[in-house]
Design a protein around this ligand. Sequence first.
Ligand code: ADP
Length: 494
Amino acid sequence: MILIVDDNPDNIFSLQKLLESKNFKVDTAHSGEEALKKILKHNYALIILDVQMPDMDGFEVAENIAGFSKTKETPIIFLSAVNTDKRFITKGYNSGGLDYVTKPVDPDILMLKVKTFYRLYEQTQALKEIQQTLELEVERRKQAQKELRSKVDYLHTLLESLPQIAFSCDYQGNIDFVNGRWFQFSDSASSFPETHPDDMPIATALNESLGFGRPLEMEVRIRKRDVMDYSYQLLRVWPILENSKNNWIGTFTDIDAQKRAEKEKDEFLSIASHELKTPLTSIKAYMQLLDRKLKLDRECAEAKYVSRVQGQVEKLNSLITDLLDLSKIDNGKLGINKKMFLLEHMVQNAIDSIVQTHDQSNMNLYREGDISGLMVYGDEIRLEQVLVNFLTNAYKYAAGTEKVIVQCTVINDFVKVSVIDFGIGIPANKQKEVFDKFYRVEETSFDFQGLGIGLYICSEIIRSHQGEIAVESSAGKGATFYFTLPLNPVTDVK
Ligand code: ADP
């Protein structure tokens, strides 16, 4: 808005008309005093000020305006009777926003000046707004930084109080914080503890994970600075903020005692199963002798008892064999002796041994698929063990149903051997885990005996044949366990 200050109503009227015709908003004052009151109340883009007024002249008004901080920047155009008045104009008013027009006013010249000042005013306003937004932004950022700093301090205090070694780093593994415990294992806050020669250096492991935005979890051996022996630690590195690639937090948790206990348990299992195996083999042999003798008199009650004992001994034998295999896998010593063999031969042997050990069962075993003459490369005995395991499970978990199917199909360059049963099945969310060590489906574990290691051993055997092992099932409707073997396997590097 523009303020016109003049004691002559005619002048005000004509100026007001002129400005309004050019779409400017106009306010008016008829004396210096009235002008000052209005100036203090409102914001004007420009003041057009008559110099010669009774009581308070234009220069006095201008001097007053210059004295108020709110108005000192407001530009003024003086309307003066004579040109020489202009030397008074700058007195006390240094904003630079000053000009004059001599009377009688030339409308074109006045409009030119008004427009210039008005544009200047608009630009100044826009700049002020930008400045204000920038100041706000700077303030907001300062505040955010302060909050972040206090969060980081809080986090660091937390990390100091942990019983673990803790650190934070960026995605390239550059460390920016370590807690006190760190220095038990490393002499520098910028380098990771040294790992066992057989383990991957931590910096390498971090690079391979964090660089791709993946959290890291690994067991690693590191040692205290003043100790010779390495101890097992679980290293976990997670992003501080979800989806943030750059800030990671890591902890080393001491799992050495746990690892040692696990090793002792494995050793115990290995020794115990070895020791159990020897007397069991003798029991089996004597039972066979007894069985042969009693078979001469089939009707006698002892023959039945012996046959039951033999069944139980067989179960015990397979449990112990599984335990032995487990410890061999743990020690990387599960022997696999591969050669070319007739697949049909292996499948038939597995079926025969199952039928023999389940002669009391009402289950009918069907075959599907012709694989006669098909040769495969692998360990026949171990693969038979897998198929026997599938079949034993089918008889166990589908007890009471009537059929089990062994299906063999050649698909492109591999052969697929499946055992299909119609028993209790496995819920979809548990199917992957049945191949894990000691895993048993919780809902059914009370109703069936087992250790939960058979399928784990099977998966290790099939893995060493470059095959696939899996299950397809829907709970209550049965399960199809299958494995595949490549028909043209990549020959093992010895
Ligand atoms: P075990 O049978 O001794 O418990 P396995 O490793 O052979 O151990 O099997 C693991 C688990 O998978 C079993 O405990 C059972 O819950 C489930 N499972 C295996 N085979 C079948 C099947 N044919 N039908 C339903 N569940 C099965």
